[in-house]
Design a protein around this ligand. Structure first.
Ligand code: APR
Length: 315
């Protein structure tokens, strides 16, 4: 069986980490693309030279030419600006939507059968644009946000209770903004409901930290945003696709009536397998969670309207 080909569009902090993880896990040959000449080539060569030590045989190519991504099986997009302190994800809209449009046109041209994972922020708008421009069906365009936000929730719960992160299951749904929805009613530690282990007041504090967790890293780094954990999250989604795992993961998926939401990308649990996003998993939510989902949808809809304005002005 031929090796899979994974195209990483954007060779910055997340792109480089993605390439490293792809190689270490032997997921396939990697093409690292960026507009800054030398950056993708340098990172790819550096990673190639770690191969004999780590024992990976996959090929890594860095390029500024889209022809290299020809026939990729998976494309992961991180091209665009990252946040600096004081910025919200939404502040990136103007610049990143121009970049996303150009990137999506090239993916449609050179990798028309790929599974497309978008990481660039503001995520919910960028993944919407990627679907529109590529014209790919909804099962082949997905946004990475929920896996990361849920991992942050799991980390903080494990720290709070001093238990293994592997004992904690949790889901964060909704948009990838400060009004994301940590779903307390499905958060468990070794099968025990979190509400039996941590007080409601303390959970509120932890969940607020989850909502602000991206900003907490931006404030610490000062020059950019989180990159190890977003890369790990996208790799989990890639593995689910390449290995046909049918893994249920919270992702930004295109909704057509599920959760009472129509025509919007929104964070919900989905099953990812060889068919891409094979199914949206409908789960019952508490009244409070439903209300929070509604608030978050409104924000995503406003963001998309703002994006449409930006696109209309630049047309
Ligand atoms: N085509 C391809 N790459 C581009 C383009 C473009 N048109 N414009 C910019 N880039 C590249 C930059 O040259 C840079 O190398 O995108 C890369 C982004 O890398 P970083 O600045 O290191 O940002 P990173 O931390 O990787 O985050 C990327 O993901 O999580 C989101 O908010 C984050 O939107 C940001 C994105």
């Amino acid at each position: 069986m031929a090796r899979k080909k994974i195209a990483l569009i954007g060779a910055g902090n997340i792109g480089g980490t993605l390439a490293h993880l792809c190689a270490l896990k032997g997921l396939g040959d990697v093409v690292l693309y960026d507009v800054v000449d030398g950056l993708p080539q340098g990172k790819a060569l550096d990673l190639l030279e770690a191969g004999p030590i780590e024992g990976y045989d996959v090929n890594l190519v860095g390029t500024t030419s889209y022809t290299e991504i020809q026939e990729a099986d998976v494309c992961i997009v991180t091209a665009g600006l990252a946040r600096k302190p004081g910025m919200s994800r939404d502040d990136l809209l103007g610049i990143n939507c121009k970049i996303m449009r150009e990137v999506s046109e090239n993916i449609a041209k050179y990798a028309p059968n790929s599974f497309l994972i978008v990481i660039t922020n503001p995520l919910d708008a960028m993944v919407t644009l990627a679907k529109r421009v590529t014209g790919f069906p909804k099962n082949r365009v997905v946004g990475q946000a929920g896996v990361l936000d849920s991992s942050r929730y799991r980390t903080f719960i494990a720290q709070e209770l001093n238990v293994s992160v592997q004992n904690v299951t949790a889901m964060v749904l909704g948009g990838h903004g400060d009004d994301m929805v940590p779903v307390r009613s499905y958060c468990q530690v070794a099968g025990i409901s979190i509400e039996r282990l941590i007080s409601a007041e303390r959970l509120e504090e932890i969940e607020n930290r989850v909502r602000q967790a991206g900003g907490e890293i931006v404030a610490l780094l000062k020059t950019g945003s989180a990159f190890y954990s977003p890369a790990s999250a996208a790799i989990q989604m890639t593995e689910a696709y390449l290995y046909d795992k049918k893994h249920i993961l919270p992702c930004a998926a295109y909704l057509e009536g599920e959760y009472g939401i129509e025509g919007v990308y929104f964070g919900v649990p989905v099953s990812i397998g060889a068919g891409g996003v094979e199914r949206v998993v409908d789960i019952a939510l508490s009244d409070k969670e439903k209300q929070e989902m509604q608030g978050s949808v409104s924000h995503v809809q406003e963001l998309i309207a703002a994006m449409d304005n930006v696109l209309a002005q630049s047309a």
